[in-house]
Ligand binder design. Structure first.
Ligand SMILES: Cc1cc2nc3c(=O)[nH]c(=O)nc-3n(C[C@H](O)[C@H](O)[C@H](O)COP(=O)(O)OP(=O)(O)OC[C@H]3O[C@@H](n4cnc5c(N)ncnc54)[C@H](O)[C@@H]3O)c2cc1C
Length: 150
């Protein structure tokens, strides 16, 4: 039975087990499970990301100090007078992407073309993700779609 976010299978045997349903883990699980013959398990120690505090963008500044996060302080930083920087990481489905500030900017077109020219491997060809390369031209529509056309 599946509600679209979790699935219960008759067997606990998997081809791939991903530990941590943060930004990277979710993308990895989505990509790997596009092949229906591959059995993928995605494990997350935190709870759901559907709370009102997470879904309300204006509350982002409070989330690092809530139980949606756990502390990840740095080691003492010599360049900061030996101070420890009190960083946090996400502890929910979505990981850091569930509590972050949603700030972003895309790379310069030359960055993408440089990666392609340098031989960056093409993603595996599937119906939804078919891409000839990471060059700017074929990647542009995907990024612009996410940015509301900008
Ligand atoms: C407060 C904050 C604000 C940020 N703001 C921005 C921003 O504005 N823009 C931006 O681009 N980036 C931002 N970031 C950074 C970005 O969110 C992270 O770089 C990114 O989410 C990291 O992804 P990840 O997959 O490497 O790790 P995470 O997203 O941290 O995922 C790791 C997951 O693994 C889980 N986990 C850990 N150990 C176990 C275990 N033993 N078993 C099961 N699960 C486990 C954790 O609970 C977590 O869900 C911010 C981060 C934070 C914390």
């Amino acid at each position: 039975m599946s509600d679209g976010r979790t699935a219960t299978t008759g067997s606990l045997e998997f081809d791939v087990v991903i530990v941590g349903a943060g930004s990277a883990g979710c993308v990895l699980a989505a990509r790997l499970s596009e092949d229906p013959s591959r059995r993928v398990a995605l494990l997350e120690v935190g709870g759901t990301d559907l709370g009102e505090d997470i879904m309300t963008p204006g509350r982002a500044s409070l989330l690092p100090f809530s139980d949606h996060a756990w502390p990840a302080p740095t080691v003492p930083q010599a360049a900061a007078g030996g101070r420890v920087v009190p960083l946090v990481t996400g502890r929910r489905l979505g990981g850091g992407s569930s509590i972050n500030a949603m700030g972003w900017f895309r790379g310069h077109p030359h960055d993408y073309d440089g990666w392609a020219a340098g031989g960056a491997p093409c993603p595996p060809s599937t119906t939804r993700w078919e891409r000839p390369a990471w060059a700017w031209a074929p990647t542009r529509w995907w990024i612009r779609g996410r940015a509301g056309g900008r």
